[in-house]
Design a protein around this ligand. Structure first.
Ligand code: BG6
Length: 477
């Protein structure tokens, strides 16, 4: 049997995509709250403040805040061993710089942890998932300001002290390299424009962007160090948006350029967080791009002292790249690439590449030799709720099954894989499009792109199938 006996089968979500209750019990506004709904064709808009003419999906999302008991019971029914979720910073510190935490916010997560404990589900907690208090973005200019390091560390310390009885696995930042990949990243709160704009229209200042990331590294390292001191059982994971890259041709220029992009975009963040220092190729690349890092000797020491314990990543697809010109493109998580003639794509044009997952697992384990956890993987599809309450989703079963087969092969190759969290185990709001109809879940939530619906939960066919996967420890196909 390839999968370890204590393999962490489960699912993953993020606060701003499920909780709703956006101002309830003292929660403050977060950057995610000012992003409107959209679609594949019509981009979401970042409005400088909430504007009543728009629909904001995070206001209610799937209303997990009022359904968490029912939802966790459904996870338990599937046999989840682990559940990855994020804590909303603005629920704990509504303005980010408040002197005292919001007790009501802390209580909500107390209840979530207790519910998970009841079913023996291991929490995997993301401290910041594309979601910082709006006040931090506006008043401090987000992660561009070194003061935010202290605010984050204070927030993280509050979580460590309050929830140490429940948590072993922490993730300081979701997809920390998003800020690397995307021209600028709202999630990191570095850039809130004065006028409304789409993600793509945000102004870019690479120097500020990479310095914001540098501040996040320091914040992560400080939190990891303090966390290890507070409780030696704590384990901290990197979380990398792994864009697995292939050369579209075997032209040596293509191979070299993909290799270099992989180093820069996929490996920089995990190198810093697992090896404790910037790799030579990134420092060189910064020099070429004219990036001046504000990194003192003392901060370099902090990076060395706060290294993570395990590697986690999101994997949805691979992309192809070339130095030659190809017309046909595909979309993808954060970024797309040239169409790969050997792969099919989802309705949202994301390539489907299970073998790429095995390749990625081998690549990252070979590089870091620490336990590896897949903290996001899944397929966004349009599901149909039938009159009898059934939802037939063979495409989702096929996608996840094919990826599990490759995970098993990677374990046979020797990779120390410790967990698999299917993304959006319950339907949630899509980040890229703001839609509900792009569904990932084993559990269907009856609400549409404009927040209408009964919010009733239904089991899709994949629900029973995933339950069997977990029962058989990955042996059911
Ligand atoms: C990841 C994010 O990048 O991709 C998730 O961490 C997100 O928050 C997921 O939901 C899937 O992307 P999308 O755009 O389909 O929601």
């Amino acid at each position: 049997m390839a999968f370890k006996e204590n393999f962490l089968w489960g699912g993953a979500t993020a606060a701003n995509q499920i909780e709703g209750a956006y101002l309830e019990d003292g929660k403050g506004l977060s950057v995610a709250d000012i992003v409107t709904g959209g679609s594949h064709e019509n981009p979401r808009i970042i409005s400088p403040s909430m504007d009543e003419k728009y629909f904001y999906p995070s206001r209610k999302s799937i209303d997990f805040y009022h359904h968490y008991k029912e939802d966790i019971a459904l996870f338990a029914e599937m046999g989840f061993k682990a559940y990855r979720f994020s804590i909303s910073w603005a629920r704990i510190y509504p303005n980010g710089d408040d002197e005292k935490p919001n007790e009501k916010g802390l209580e909500f997560y107390d209840n979530v942890f207790k519910e998970l404990e009841k079913y023996n589900i291991e929490p995997v907690v993301t401290i910041s998932h594309s979601d910082i208090p709006l006040n931090i973005a506006k008043k401090y200019h987000g992660w561009n300001n070194k003061e935010v390091i202290n605010l984050y560390v204070k927030y993280a310390k509050t979580l460590f002290e309050r929830y140490s009885a429940y948590v072993t696995y922490w993730i300081p930042f979701n997809e920390i390299n998003d800020i690397f990949l995307a021209m600028s990243s709202l999630g990191q709160g570095a850039f809130i424009e004065e006028n409304e704009c789409t993600f793509a229209q945000q102004k870019d200042d690479p120097n500020a962007r990479f310095n914001a990331l540098n501040n996040m590294f320091i914040a992560s390292a400080k939190a990891v160090k303090i966390g290890h001191e507070i409780d030696s059982k704590f384990k901290f994971g990197t979380m990398i948006c792994h864009i697995t890259r292939y050369p579209r041709t075997c032209h040596p220029d293509d191979v070299l350029s993909v290799f270099k992009n992989d180093l820069f975009f996929n490996n920089t963040c995990s190198d810093v967080m697992l090896k404790g220092e910037y790799p030579f190729y990134t420092l060189k690349e910064f020099e070429i791009r004219g990036i001046k890092l504000a990194l003192s000797e003392e901060e370099k020491q902090i990076l060395r002292e706060g290294v993570c314990d395990y590697y986690t990543f999101s994997y949805y697809q691979s992309i192809s790249e070339s130095t030659l010109k190809f017309d046909e493109q595909t979309s993808g998580n954060i970024m797309g690439g040239i169409k790969n003639p050997y792969l099919k794509e989802t309705e949202w044009d994301w390539p489907i590449d299970p073998v790429g997952l095995r390749y990625t697992l081998l690549k990252v384990y070979d590089r870091y030799k620490v336990p590896v956890m897949i903290t996001e993987n899944g397929i966004g599809c349009r599901d149909v709720l039938n009159e009898d309450g059934t939802i037939h989703d063979p495409y989702r079963i096929e996608y996840i099954k094919d990826h599990i087969v490759e995970m098993e092969k990677a374990i046979d190759d020797g990779v120390d894989l410790i967990g698999y969290m299917a993304w959006g185990c319950i339907d949630l709001v899509s980040v890229s499009t703001g839609e509900m109809k792009k569904r990932y879940g084993f559990i269907y939530v009856d609400t549409d792109d404009l927040g209408n619906g009964s919010f009733k939960r239904y089991k899709k066919d994949s629900f029973a199938w995933y339950k069997k996967v977990i029962e058989s420890n990955g042996q059911i196909r």
